[in-house]
Design a protein around this ligand. Structure first.
Ligand code: G6P
Length: 603
């Protein structure tokens, strides 16, 4: 949830920390803090409530000496948003400086014990117990003190630790929170997020759970030898370019995202797809007769579309779970069940908890993940990358398109292993290959959608309705609108309107209806009529050539025709644009909506 970074090398640490923090600010951003060690005088430390991007001009004026340091951007979990609760946290002697991403579950007991032993606390956070425990155990060797500390704690952590008395060293550790080591030229970095260090190096080592690493100015060691891997993103990709917001840039990349997901994977002649991760377990997949999809947020809505695809085209009973619910229920599984985990970041704690549980039960685990080398991609038995590139805006957009395209390929893969005919396989593959071009044509509607946002921004409540494949898209459209514009929006299956939502329909409560020309078109038209009969304004997403809808609704956005199973990949694009323009016109912080974070690495 929070972002952590450490630097040790020949260059001044502060600028590296500052730029790393800025690049990570999307992860959590109610406060920030730094500590930089130098040999001559007292360490520099500074922590404050606020946004790093706003404080940057002032921070750039500071003269901070030292080549070793740490920095943190906080998304409050334990303790209010105050200067004192920002990281780093120190011990009684202000010798230990520690930053942390995660949660220490037994912090209350530890705090009481430490207070009885004479330690004085200066914050309300769970993290501060770590600094005092390190102080307690420190006897000349910082990594040993951290090792002893971690034996006492229950919870999750990515930690970067410094000591004033030992200023040539950074110690870092992880358990269920991401930590990567960046191996640069005459410098080492540690961070929770590749984007923080990508301008320094693309050679990284992923720290594993329960590992501790020690970084020194000219060498580093971990408890065991690990290979380096390459980050596939370029720094330019993680830049806003000329766009006013990352979110708009990322929506504009949606056609490219579909293209990247399917590139080299479609086999038009054979009417199937080639997915290396699934090929590895192809024989086992033939026996699978039940699929469980687990994901959170937008990835969960992609999974719900996936369920319709997999059941209709592969004939496999498929259930979809929210990570935070799945971890506490008792799923019915057997040796022919496979669990698919869908996540942009690959670090969502609730999704990972479900993955751990399934591994314990020997279920075949498959990941659909964007971030290469993330915990999910390493912990699943096999998987497929969505190749969506870095997604920086908190609200997920292009990654959703990557997930949907990948799930459509899963449906073809599983389908062709079972009853799907060659003809049908060829048809789906051919339609999939056309999607990037069709998606591009929808982006040309951006100015029209902006005009609609001008009109609809006067309203405060919205229903989003859809059926079958487009029901999850109604949920996604509503989620996107509410999270970035702070307007009230609810997604509902068209058929459910009459079971409650209709009571709210009035001329001030518009409905956004996804009414594409497909097997449920007539049903959707009836639902729209129900809304119109009660005076509700309606904006529809419809298929090009549908003249009838124009007579019925107040506004229409037309999207091109494709196979019914693939319509969600197109129908969601105008909804992403609509949410973006609404939020922007209302003056919201589009990329960093209040109270939310990009990668939710705590329960
Ligand atoms: C957070 C983000 C959402 C995202 C969800 C799941 O809530 O704000 O945009 O959909 O986490 O994230 P994941 O990385 O697992 O896809």
């Amino acid at each position: 949830m929070c972002g952590i970074i450490g630097y040790i090398g020949k260059k001044p640490a502060f600028p590296a920390l500052l730029s790393g923090l800025k690049r990570m600010e999307y992860r959590g951003y109610d406060s920030y803090g730094f500590c930089v060690l130098n040999n001559e005088k007292e360490p520099f430390f500074h922590k404050k409530v606020g946004k790093i991007s706003e404080a940057e001009p002032e921070l750039l004026n500071l003269e901070v000496k030292g080549n070793i340091g740490q920095a943190h951007t906080r998304w409050a979990t334990t303790g209010a948003v105050t200067d004192q609760n920002a990281h780093p946290h120190w011990d009684c002697k202000k010798n230990i400086f520690l930053i942390h991403n995660g949660i220490i579950e037994n912090h209350k007991d530890l705090r009481e014990k430490l207070i009885k032993e004479g330690h004085e606390f200066s914050s309300e956070t769970d993290t501060e117990v770590l600094s005092h425990l390190v102080e307690k155990y420190l006897d000349g060797n910082l990594e040993e003190a951290l090792q002893k500390t971690l034996r006492e704690v229950r919870g999750t952590y990515g930690i970067v630790l410094l000591a004033k008395d030992d200023p040539q060293k950074i110690v870092t550790a992880r358990l269920s929170s991401p930590v990567i080591l960046g191996i640069g030229q005459d410098e080492f970095l540690v961070a929770s997020d590749p984007s923080a260090i990508i301008t320094h190096t693309r050679q990284v080592i992923n720290l594993d759970d329960n590992e501790i690493a020690v970084l020194k100015p000219d060498n580093f060691f971990i408890l065991k030898e690990k290979p380096t891997v390459s980050i596939e993103w370029t720094p330019e990709e993680a830049d806003k370019k000329d766009y006013p917001h990352f979110m708009l840039k990322e929506i504009m990349e949606e056609p490219e995202t579909i293209e990247n997901a399917i590139r080299g994977r479609l086999m038009p002649e054979e009417g199937t797809v080639k997915l290396g991760g699934l090929d590895k377990v192809a024989e086992r997949l033939k026996d699978i007769n039940k699929l469980i999809l687990v994901a959170c947020g937008t990835a969960n809505y992609a999974s719900r579309v996936g369920k319709y695809m997999l059941e209709e085209y592969a004939g496999i009973p498929t259930s979809v779970d929210i990570g935070s619910e799945f971890r506490y229920r008792k799923p019915i599984i057997d040796e022919n069940t496979a669990a698919i985990f869908v996540s942009q970041s690959g670090e969502t704690a609730d999704t990972l908890a479900g993955l751990k549980e399934m591994k314990k039960k020997n279920v075949l685990t498959i990941g659909i993940t964007n971030v290469v080398g993330s915990t999910q991609s390493r912990e699943t038995e096999t998987g497929v990358y969505t190749r969506s590139g870095p997604e920086i805006a908190v609200a997920s957009t292009k990654a959703f398109l990557g997930q949907l395209s990948t799930l459509a390929m899963f449906a073809v893969y599983f389908g062709r292993q079972r009853n799907m005919s060659l003809v049908m396989g060829k048809r789906v593959v051919s339609e999939l290959s056309k999607l990037p071009e069709l998606a591009k044509s929808i982006l040309n509607l951006a100015p029209d959608i902006k005009k609609l946002a001008e009109k609809y921004k006067e309203f405060e409540n919205f229903w989003f309705i859809g059926r079958k494949y487009n029901f999850p898209i109604a949920l996604e459209g509503a989620l996107k609108l509410k999270e970035i514009s702070y307007l009230h929006a609810e997604g509902v299956a068209g058929g459910e309107l009459k079971h409650g939502p209709l009571a709210l329909i009035q001329d001030n409560f518009p409905t956004i209806a996804i009414c594409t020309s497909d097997s449920v078109y007539e049903k959707m038209v009836s639902n729209i009529e129900e809304v119109k009969a009660r005076g509700g304004p309606v904006m529809a997403i419809a298929t090009e050539g549908d003249e009838r809808i124009k007579e019925l609704v107040d506004d229409v956005i037309y999207i091109p025709k494709t196979l019914e199973m693939l319509t969600p990949i197109l129908s969601v694009i105008p909804l992403h644009l609509f949410a973006y323009y609404m939020a922007d016109l209302l003056g919201r912080n589009v990329d960093k909506p209040r109270n939310l974070a990009k990668s939710v690495t705590v329960e």
